[in-house]
Design a protein around this ligand. Structure first.
Ligand code: 26Q
Length: 816
């Protein structure tokens, strides 16, 4: 966007004055940040208003992306980039002697998500706006995001993440769109004159859902979509009647409910714990979203609900919002008097479900007691959905009791949210080709047989605007200078870099940038953690949530084995390597927390042993989050994507690293399979069991890790170190890990995630990487080929597929 620099400068100076009562030269970075946001927001708001004017006047179809998490990352830099104001803003700030990076760093990273699923939602919003597709992100305005991680004495300690502490500069409160959400009480059936029943919820508690809107700026266009996050406020702050009756606790009940509802994001990913508050959160934002949508629909189109699916699509980001199926039925049937069958057809046409995991721990199954107490009317509706579905299975497939019990939405005293989502949607998708095949042939096989036409794959993607343009401006510039800037909106353009993989001059520039990024990261570690790392070493990075299936343990045990080799043979010819980890563990996940401690103990051992001459270094980067990812990923040489095959649905970090020219060290899992397809086997390090092998091993159930312990002296050496006091003065500290690998712990299988089974294969792949790195030019070629072949993994591609194949959503061009 062309902006007048002088005008912009004046606006900025004015904003500093009004907001902080200061001259610009005396303002703090925080005050300058605030003024800059206000200035930018003005430009954004013009487009934002216009976008919604056009949506309303054209009656275009809109997708609502329903998600418990939106891991947006910082707004400012991304907004400036997408407004294509970067150069102008940088120049103005330079003229004013202001350090832009310092301003950026003052923005509190909004961490309203756990990991992959939340970040995917954020990438999708960026793509939707860039592709001019009408969209709302719908979620919760948690007051506290994912906890801030401190490492104390090697252990993870969680601190609250008060992201709103310095105000909410990007959110706009919209009280005029508030709606009431009801919990609990009882349902009374009221017979109507026509013999039909009306269902009325009574004696309920309720909260007011108040939306806050955040702009989602499209790249180089006029589209600004909305991320709508709901906050809860008490309806009657104080129930005077109860109070006067002496019932003090009831008097403040609703206020407490409102306070706790949106207080904090559940920080456990891929782990269902059956917490009541979590179910409340789910219903809260789903009900608020659907009520508002239907109110608006009626304002625009009256009560012709047949066309609802032509106007709205609801994408369910995993099962977390799957209660939408029942809530939409409630609104259509109870509140708008539609016959059940008609409402059901509409609901199915509107809803679509994305599955993000096959980990059984993550499956949401709510106890009937809890569910029906909290949501009595919704429970009745789920019962009816279940009844009709079971009848369908019996009539159409002659299903017997066995089949019914396997597939019913309600069984064994629980409501299975994934099944509710599948039954109530017209589309069910996995997030990578392999993952979708596993859903169809294993996890959801029964449903695939009944509804084959609903199943489809949508391989995940990432936005190149944030993950290359913003995170790696030097590489972005080199690429633009070489092949032009079309890649910003068409990542397959990167293919044009292929010939340059052999171009000496380009290779040098490409590797100089990598080097510079590595130096910057090294400076960052020095400044923030006091750690020195060698920018000439290989940067080998594993950053993601801590989970046993992601196998950070395999990585760190391999580091230990390298250390042992160096101790035996100090002259060993290996390229110096820095192993960088970043990972948050769920607060209650004991094993994962112990693995963090292990990584830090290994770091202590290795980093303080001068005899290995700095050939190995281990860094645990504290508090991994989007803004830290933006620093780490551009500096990576090797990307660790080493999950037990079949367990990682897709992964998206793998794509970010590839885009930035890192080589993948990976298993044939999730989207790694497709990365291999794109980049070719000579430009990636693949190792380990295949998904089929893993699944077969689980079925055979005769794997004995002691065989590996006995045969492989490297493995033996490393495992012994877990229990002989080398790593901690308490030799028993890591016993649990040792036991889990060899004997099984508390009834689980020994080495459930095949860490030992894949160890030798992993070590060999690491050796291949070490060898390749010694040939600087070959390595550089591979790195460039990785960047050049990453085009498929743009979330623009993914979103086009969703829009065409699931949502039937068309772009709407916004003219100013
Ligand atoms: C469920 C119930 C109660 C509390 C929390 C949860 C919960 C929260 C978060 C369950 C799962 C999650 C997050 C899952 C997730 O991030 N999955 C990842 O999704 C990515 C995007 O599709 C994939 O790339 C990853 O492979 C997948 O692990």
């Amino acid at each position: 966007m062309k902006i007048d620099k002088e005008v912009f400068k004046t606006q900025l100076i004015e904003n500093v004055k009004t907001l902080s009562r200061k001259k610009i030269e005396n303002a703090t970075p925080e005050q300058l940040y605030e003024a800059l946001v206000f200035t930018i927001r003005d430009y954004v708001t013009d487009k934002w208003l216009r976008t919604h004017e056009v949506y309303d006047s054209t009656g275009a179809k809109v997708v609502c992306y329903l998600s418990m998490e939106f891991l947006m990352g910082r707004f400012l830099g991304n907004a400036i980039l997408n407004m294509t104001m970067t150069d102008e803003v940088q120049e103005v700030l330079k003229e004013l002697n202001i350090d832009y990076n310092q301003l950026e760093e003052t923005e509190h990273d909004p961490g309203l998500g756990n990991g992959g699923l939340g970040r995917l939602a954020a990438c999708f919003l960026d793509s939707l706006s860039t592709l001019e597709l009408p969209a709302y992100g719908c979620g919760i305005r948690y007051h506290y995001g994912i906890f801030e991680q401190k490492i104390e004495n090697g252990y993870q300690v969680e601190k609250p993440d008060n992201w709103l502490e310095n105000g909410d500069m990007w959110g706009v409160k919209r009280p005029e769109y508030s709606v009431e959400v009801k919990f609990g009480g009882n349902v009374r059936a009221v017979r109507q004159p026509d013999g039909q029943y009306n269902f009325v919820q009574e004696n309920y508690q309720s909260v007011i859902a108040v939306p806050y809107d955040y702009p989602v700026v499209g790249y180089n266009n006029n589209t600004v979509n909305t991320l709508r996050l709901w906050d809860a406020e008490a309806k009657n702050k104080f129930d005077l009647k109860s109070f006067n009756e002496g019932n003090y606790s009831k008097a403040v009940e609703e206020e407490n409910l409102a306070k706790t509802l949106t207080e904090v994001l559940y920080p456990a990913d891929e782990h269902y714990a059956g917490k009541e508050l979590r179910l409340r959160q789910q219903y809260f934002f789903v009900s608020a979203t659907l009520q508002r949508v239907i109110n608006k629909f009626k304002d625009m189109y009256g009560d012709n609900f047949d066309i609802l699916p032509d106007k709205y699509a609801f994408q369910l980001n995993d099962t977390h919002p799957s209660i939408a199926v029942a809530e939409l039925m409630r609104i259509l049937v109870d509140e708008n008097s539609l016959p059940w069958d008609k409402a059901w057809e509409i609901t199915k046409k509107c809803c679509a479900y994305t599955n993000h995991t096959i980990m059984s721990e993550a499956l949401e199954k709510w106890p009937i007691e809890l569910f029906s107490r909290l949501l009595p009317r919704i429970y009745m509706i789920v019962e009816e959905i279940n009844k009709r579905f079971c009848e369908y299975l019996i009539n159409k497939y002659n299903a017997g009791p066995e089949k019914i019990r396997k597939m019913a939405v309600i069984a064994d005293g629980q409501i299975r949210m994934a099944f509710l989502a599948i039954v109530g949607s017209h589309s069910v998708n996995g997030v990578a080709a392999l993952h979708t095949e596993i859903l169809k042939n294993q996890e959801l096989k029964d449903f695939y047989e009944v509804f084959p036409e609903r199943f489809n794959n949508k391989t995940n993607g990432i936005t190149q605007r944030r993950w290359l343009g913003h995170a790696n401006p030097r590489l972005a510039k080199l690429i633009t200078d070489t092949i032009g800037d079309k890649w910003y909106t068409d990542l397959t353009e990167l293919k044009k870099l292929m010939p340059y993989a052999k171009d000496k001059d380009f290779i040098k520039k490409f590797m100089d940038i990598k080097q510079k990024n590595k130096e910057e990261l090294s400076d960052y570690f020095k400044a923030t953690m006091g750690i020195e790392i060698d920018p000439n070493s290989i940067y080998d990075i594993q950053v993601k949530r801590l989970h046993e299936y992601k196998r950070q343990l395999l990585n760190i045990l391999h580091v230990l084995s390298l250390y042992n080799k160096l101790k035996v043979n100090p002259g060993l010819d290996i390229t110096p390597r820095t192993f960088i980890f970043g990972a948050k563990s769920a607060a209650g996940y004991r094993r994962a927390k112990l693995i963090i401690k292990l990584i830090n103990s290994v770091a202590d051992l290795v980093n303080n042993d001068e005899s290995i001459e700095g050939k190995l270094k281990v860094v645990f980067a504290e508090n991994y989050r989007v803004s830290l990812a933006e620093k780490l990923i551009p500096a990576a040489d090797i990307s660790e994507q080493i999950s037990t095959a079949s367990k990682e649905a897709s992964g998206t970090g793998n794509m970010k690293f590839m885009l930035n020219g890192a080589l993948t060290m990976g298993t044939l899992d999730g989207a790694n399979v497709e990365i291999l397809e794109e980049v070719g086997k000579d430009n990636i390090f693949i190792f380990g069991m295949t998904a089929d092998e893993v699944i077969a091993e689980y079925a055979a159930n005769n794997y004995n890790p002691w065989d590996i312990y006995n045969m492989n002296s490297d493995v033996r050496g490393v495992l012994n170190m877990l229990i002989n006091g080398t790593l901690d003065e308490n030799p028993e500290l890591f016993r649990e890990i040792y036991d889990s690998l060899l004997n099984g712990y508390n009834g689980s299988r020994p080495d459930e995630y095949f860490v030992l089974k894949d160890f030798a294969s992993y070590a060999q792949a690491q050796e291949r990487a070490d060898k390749l790195y010694k040939d600087k030019e070959k390595w550089a070629q591979c790195a460039i080929i990785n960047t050049a072949c990453s085009g498929k993994f743009s979330s623009d591609r993914t979103i086009k597929e969703y829009a065409e194949e699931i949502w039937n959503l068309k772009p709407v061009h916004i003219d100013m």
